[in-house]
Design a protein around this ligand. Structure first.
Ligand SMILES: Cc1ncc(COP(=O)(O)O)c(C=O)c1O
Length: 414
């Protein structure tokens, strides 16, 4: 990250051209995370007996086409969750059999798009399987199960397993599912689980337990499954005291349980993973501008142009992002609340941060913003989404233009 910040400092004049705030990604960091995941895949595959390991990049984490293309060039696959993500994957040169469509509560039109593109679909309720079956009998499908145990995730809102989750089919409903599958002669070739987003080493055992439970459910209820999808959730450290996920140890733990499964369950040919956050998160920062500083009733407030429309995670999930000033002033360090420019009291990026008091126009940086940053941004209250830039070695490339008032004004007025 120090490297990234130094590169930004060198290019600070260039940045003026693109306005404030800005998303900036470091190509080298992205590349290194893609390499780590490729190594994880190889490492795990080497330990498994003739069963393929596929990694689908979950483009919901960051769907900038330049990042999706880097994933493609590294030989990874992709998953899509909407027609737009599907189009993007195709534009980034993924073949149909390299894309997995993972969806939730979609309509017939969307199902038709997936079917006509000849993409494998993962459906996540009996009702959706019935809708698909009526439209496209005799076709291949995957189905998402809810293994029932509590999932893993950095916040309740991103836990996707257990009794409070809207996702997947629970064990007690599998017989009903199988009736519908038979009714339409569907070929149920894969089972999917995703327990939630963001686990680090201290939660790996919860993830492993979830995987074990899903494998048990597959053995007990399904015959001839060839694909088992173990979802995503691989985390990154956001706080300084947190350690990076140990992918070597994770692959050893996984290989043990997957090998036991393979011994008993002979039809399995492929394990899939859907990795989102791990790839772009640490490569991205947001650089913005301090617009106001105030001290009221014993609290410092640093007002910036990085609103909750630019980065939703802190207000949505109460997520922690490290905040720093591009150039520290020789002022005293104080505890300050850092906030954005949206008229909402939840528009806070971080509370009680130790920062030197900046001046208006100083640059401020939000770290680890590469995942679920731009992809969750909006133009709420009429504030345009920022541009995205890639730091490629010593150069800066524009990889998505700032949204303009004109593009936002295209709404139909009647
Ligand atoms: C079905 C599914 N797969 C994969 C992912 C990617 O998760 P992560 O970014 O935590 O790896 C998500 C995100 O929540 C998801 O919903």
């Amino acid at each position: 990250m120090i490297n990234t910040i130094n590169k930004i400092k060198k290019n600070i004049d260039l940045l003026k051209e693109y306005g404030s705030p800005l998303y900036i990604y470091d190509y080298d960091v992205l590349k290194s995370r893609i390499n780590n995941i490729s190594k994880f895949k190889k490492n795990l595959e080497d330990k498994l007996n003739n069963v393929r390991v596929s990694i689908h990049y979950s483009s919901k984490a960051n769907n900038n086409p330049n990042i999706i293309k880097m994933v493609k060039e590294a030989g990874l696959l992709v998953d899509a969750m909407s027609p737009l993500e599907l189009d993007l994957a195709k534009k980034c040169n993924f073949d149909n059999n390299e894309i997995l469509y993972v969806c939730n509560n979609i309509d017939k039109e969307e199902m038709k798009i997936v079917h006509d593109s000849d993409i494998l679909i993962c459906l996540d309720s009996i009702s959706q399987v019935e809708m698909w079956g009526e439209l496209f009998p005799n076709t291949n499908i995957m189905v998402r199960i809810n293994p029932g145990i509590n999932g893993v995730g950095h916040n309740k809102k991103v836990v996707t397993s257990g009794s409070d989750s809207k996702f997947g089919i629970c064990e007690e409903n599998i017989n009903k599912l199988l009736e519908i599958v038979n009714k339409y002669n569907l070929h149920l070739i894969g089972i999917h689980q995703h327990l939630g987003s963001l686990f680090l080493d201290d939660k790996v055992d919860d993830y492993i337990n979830g995987v074990k439970e899903s494998l048990r459910i597959i053995k007990d209820h399904f015959k001839n499954i060839s694909i088992v999808d173990l979802g995503g959730g691989f985390g990154v450290p956001y706080k300084e005291e947190e350690k990076p996920l140990n992918l070597t140890s994770l692959s050893s733990k996984l290989s043990k349980i997957l090998n036991e499964f393979i011994k008993e369950y002979k039809s399995v040919k492929e394990f899939k993973f859907e990795i989102g956050r791990y790839i772009p998160c640490e490569a991205g920062i947001i650089i913005g501008t301090v617009n106001a500083i105030k001290y009221e009733k014993g609290t410092y407030w640093i007002g910036t142009d990085i609103g909750m429309n630019t980065l939703l995670r802190p207000s949505m999930y109460n997520s922690y992002h490290k905040i720093s000033l591009l150039n520290q002033r020789k002022t005293k360090k104080v505890k300050a609340n850092v906030c954005g420019n949206i008229c909402e009291s939840g528009d806070i990026i971080g509370r009680e941060r130790q920062l030197t008091i900046p001046k208006v126009n100083d640059k401020i940086i939000i770290h680890n913003a590469g995942a679920y940053g731009y992809s969750m941004s909006s133009n709420y209250t009429g504030r345009a989404r920022p541009a995205e830039l890639m730091l490629y070695r010593d150069k800066i490339k524009l990889i998505r233009k700032r949204e303009t008032i004109e593009s936002m004004e295209d709404d139909i007025v009647w």
